[in-house]
Design a protein around this ligand. Structure first.
Ligand SMILES: [Zn+2]
Length: 46
């Protein structure tokens, strides 16, 4: 069952990772698939 939609690539996936984006107007919680989560981790590492 693919129950979730990735916030970034909009793929339907069975497992997602919750992430918190920090923006100028505050925090936003979103769900990312494994691939997008890995990219996001790389992006915050710098
Ligand atoms: Zn994704």
């Amino acid at each position: 069952m693919n129950d979730y939609t990735c916030y970034h690539c909009e793929h339907q996936v069975s497992h997602v990772h919750p992430v918190t984006f920090y923006e100028t107007d505050g925090e936003r919680n979103e769900l990312l698939c494994k691939e997008c989560y890995a990219e996001w981790l790389e992006s915050i590492k710098g």
